[in-house]
Write a protein that binds this ligand. Structure first.
Ligand code: NAD
Length: 495
């Protein structure tokens, strides 16, 4: 948050209208969107709204992505999407609309602030104020999965240097713009030395460009445990897609409730704002849903479109409403709460409090007009010198003896200069000198290393052809490269 000498609510400047797309969604979506838009408008937001239909009805009309072509045009025209939750129909064949929107519109950063509202919303961590910044496009969520053998399925984890540089830089720029003091990186680079290793290495490189911001790194497992037990240790956390998905829910839950957490999905020319909860079909139509997650997503959106004074006014009125004990059923607790309200009653109470500040919770001040956080373009370094030094041939084979498989592979022949160096099963070395205890599936990785320079991709093709001619079922190959002399592949466990 930017701290300014003059509180923003005393210097209100009429903002320029921002063009946004709104979707009312499914389940509780229409109720909370109506309440949220009423609060935004009463706070002084200047929004020119275009409405689109997404979700259940669109899925049921045969659009497996949950959105139609005309809606894409509207979204791209406005560049800002304020979205209520939708219901993803049960059963196969439907694509997650959120993942589609994030990837199609390049929303690379997912920003989830999680702050305690103690004592008004019970939490074990009254001092917690954490922002989780999650990479949104890569990692295991690239969605590239295959069933390769009868027994084994794979999901590719893709981590790129430009994608990692962008999210890490975004985290530091976010910290700088919001007066945050520390950025922590979470990864699992003790196990995934290449993919998570890249994430950590890029974090170290970029953190040195921001000397005023403290930087540290946590292995994801102990980092998550510490986050759950002592969230006060953390300020901004940056991490990859899957870890970020999990820890942002942990962070939201321990701050008080996932029901009140907002989420911003930010790209270079597009941004989407929503609550993190779903469409809550169990309480839909009852008028009791908490609109807070969407209202706070509205605060993020107002900051994004430069209406920071309105964002400040809205957020402070929301804090005051919570502090006054005016609570929806999901956060109502005897002792702390005073009045139980429904969705619309909560919005009315908030609107009455516009222009006031909370007395016990810390008021916010987002300044007079902030620019969205942007990531400076980073130069792409010259490509490394790449050399093909071998190949991993993945084979489907239902036998159990790695010695037998090695014998079969060797007797298939193939081009000269390719030496069978190792066989692994689920990553564990089983040949040469495997252990009889190692459990084996029908999925074998057979590593060939080139004995001499001059062996090339045509020899890999020759090897596959020789193996196929010998009845070996090759299911996939991975070329083994060095980059500037450094291996671009991992060793087998036990190698
Ligand atoms: P959910 O978040 O909708 O509900 C979980 C529980 O929290 C329910 O008991 C619900 O009543 C309660 N809850 C959620 N939001 C609340 C609110 N604002 N106020 C009060 N109580 C609230 O999760 P779910 O039940 O797993 O999913 C329901 C549907 O939502 C599914 O179709 C799922 O695919 C979808 N979903 C959509 C999004 C999205 O659009 N961003 C996100 C998550 C889930």
């Amino acid at each position: 948050m930017n701290i300014h000498a003059v509180p923003a609510h005393e210097l209100f400047v009429e903002p320029k209208a921002a063009s946004i797309t709104v979707a009312y969604g499914d389940g509780i979506g229409p109720e909370i969107m109506e309440a949220a838009l009423r609060c935004l408008s009463a706070a002084g937001a200047r929004l020119s709204v275009q409405e689109i239909e997404i979700g259940e009805k669109v899925y049921e009309a045969g659009q497996t992505a949950g959105i139609d072509a005309a809606s894409w045009d509207t979204l791209r025209e406005t560049g800002v999407f304020f979205k209520a939750p939708i219901t993803t129909p049960q059963g196969g064949g439907y694509k997650s609309l959120n993942v589609t929107i994030r990837k199609s519109l390049g929303l690379f950063a997912n920003v989830r602030p999680c702050a305690a509202l103690s004592p008004f919303v019970p939490t074990h961590h009254p001092g917690m104020d954490v922002v989780v910044i999650r990479e949104n496009e890569e990692d295991l969520y690239a969605g590239i999965e295959h069933r390769q053998t009868d027994e084994v399925y794979q999901c590719l984890k893709l981590v790129s240097r430009p994608g990692t540089e962008r999210i890490v830089r975004y985290a530091f720029e976010y910290a700088r713009a919001n007066g945050r003091k520390k950025v922590s990186c979470f990864s699992k680079d003790n196990i995934m030395k290449l993919t998570d290793g890249l994430f950590h290495a890029v974090f170290n490189e970029i953190s040195s460009e921001y000397p005023e911001i403290e930087a540290d790194h946590w292995i994801i497992d102990i980092g998550t445990a510490k986050l759950a037990a002592n969230p006060e240790l953390f300020d901004v956390i940056v991490t990859s897609n899957l870890y970020g998905d999990i820890i942002s829910d942990v962070a939201a839950e321990i701050s008080g409730s996932v029901g009140i957490a907002p989420s911003a999905n930010i790209g270079e020319s597009f941004a989407m704002f929503e609550a993190i909860h779903g469409s809550a079909p169990d309480i839909a139509g009852k008028g009791i849903a908490n609109p807070s997650g969407l209202i706070l997503a509205g605060v993020q959106m107002l900051n994004h479109v430069g209406q920071s004074q309105v964002a400040t006014r809205l957020h402070n009125a929301w804090l005051k409403t919570i502090e006054d004990g005016i609570h929806t059923a999901d956060i109502y607790s005897e002792g702390q709460s005073r009045i139980r309200v429904g969705t619309s009653g909560f919005a009315d109470a908030l609107i009455e409090r516009l222009g006031t500040l909370p007395a016990r919770l810390k008021p916010v001040d987002y300044g007079i007009g902030s620019e969205p956080v942007t990531v400076p373009a980073a130069p792409r370094p010259a490509p490394a010198e790449k050399k093909l030094v071998g190949v991993d041939i993945f084979v489907s084979w239902s036998g159990q003896s790695a010695d037998d498989l090695a014998h079969m592979l060797k007797s298939a022949g193939g081009p000269d200069g390719m030496d069978l160096a190792m066989i692994t099963n689920r990553g564990v070395k089983v040949w040469p000198q495997g252990l009889p205890e190692t459990f084996k599936t029908d999925h074998w990785r057979c590593r060939y290393l080139f004995e001499e320079d001059g062996t090339g991709i045509q020899d890999v093709a020759g090897l596959i052809s020789a193996l196929a001619g010998h009845g070996v079922e090759v299911i996939k190959t991975e070329n083994l490269y060095t980059f500037d002399g450094k291996a671009g592949f991992s060793l087998g466990q036990g190698q």
